[in-house]
Design a protein around this ligand. Structure first.
Ligand code: R2B
Ligand code: URA
Length: 310
């Protein structure tokens, strides 16, 4: 496995474009981004994506399509006459991708493997397109720990199932850890965009990332459960005592791969429930829909701020 650039080199020589720590790619005649239904020879990636500044990702295709329409209004972007918003990756039948000027909205599916595949291809897309300083933001849902449903949570540190601030990879049969670091300044800036008028809290805290929704998050309501309610509560309280405010399923891989690529990133999730009160996600559909707009509203404020700043 060749790493063409060290961390220091990435910082020192950066002109803002994304460097790949893999010298194999530039030696290839073409690079097919299979799961995006794009390729470096079949498409003019620089022409299509060279102006991208923000890559927003979330679990479901519908949420990201909604976000694309929402951000279009928010930044006052007009699609070229006679065109409609299109799912650029429709023919991958895997992920969905919408482009609204400088904002790419991409669905990432659930859990580490799905996000990992997408991140490799999105980072390579940024490289082929020669994007300058793209920022990656995950807009997601989570379970709160001691935090009411509807609360917006910005991740300060992403922790794995064993509370390590890294993501564990298995590469050629070997265990490799990469730091799951997010941009602290970006997290603070996002938090500062909470408005006193927002009828909900926006907080910063640690996020635990698990490989499962049920047993992996200490739920009693999966198809299997071999621990007691007391075991579960003791565990969730231990998480809380360690500063963990929410649990989801993508933050460590998202943080580890963006950090490894030298890309600034943030994770903003809305809590669907307080896990100290239960396991079932049972808020009414309309309520949940409104909650899921909250991280989008915060991220839209950030994007507008940066676009008017530049
Ligand atoms: C939050 O919600 C999903 C599970 O319901 C998962 O993708 C996550 O991180
Ligand atoms: N997503 C998760 O991963 N966990 C929850 O409890 C809710 C949403």
């Amino acid at each position: 496995i060749s790493n063409s650039l060290s961390d220091e080199e990435l910082d020192e020589y950066s002109d803002g474009t994304v460097k790949l720590r893999n010298s194999n790619i530039e030696l290839m005649d073409q690079d097919i981004l299979y799961h995006l239904a794009l390729g470096s020879e079949s498409h003019d990636l620089q022409e299509m994506f060279g102006d991208v500044k923000f890559v927003c990702m979330g679990g479901t295709p519908k949420r990201m399509e909604n976000f694309a329409h929402f951000i279009m209004d928010e930044i006052g972007y007009k699609l070229p006459a006679g065109t409609q918003l299109q799912d650029i990756s429709a023919y991958s039948y895997r992920y969905s991708m919408y482009k609204v000027g400088p904002v790419l909205c991409v669905s990432h599916g659930m859990g580490t493997p799905s996000v990992s595949i997408l991140m490799h291809e999105m980072i390579k897309l940024m490289y082929h397109a020669k994007c300058i300083d793209p920022i990656f933001i995950r807009i997601g849902t989570c379970g709160g720990i001691g935090v009411e449903g509807g609360t917006v949570i910005i991740t300060e540190d992403a922790l794995d199932g064993q509370l390590r601030n890294s993501h564990e990879f298995t590469i050629l049969g070997e265990t490799v850890h990469r730091p799951a670091k997010l941009d602290k300044k970006l997290a603070r800036e996002l938090k500062s965009l909470h408005s006193a008028d927002d009828p909900y809290d926006t907080i910063i805290g640690k996020t635990q990332c698990t490989n499962d929704f049920y047993e992996g998050q200490g739920r009693l309501d999966g198809a299997f459960c071999e621990f007691t309610e007391n075991d579960k509560m003791a565990y969730l309280e231990k998480l809380r005592d360690n500063g963990v405010v929410n649990i989801e399923m993508e933050s460590t891989i998202f943080a580890a791969l963006t950090h490894h690529a030298g890309i600034k990133a943030a994770v903003v999730c809305v809590a669907l429930l307080n896990r100290l009160n239960g396991d079932q996600v049972n808020a009414p559909k309309e309520v949940m829909h409104e909650w899921q707009q909250r991280p989008q509203i915060l991220v839209a404020r950030y994007i507008r701020k940066v676009l008017t700043r530049d």
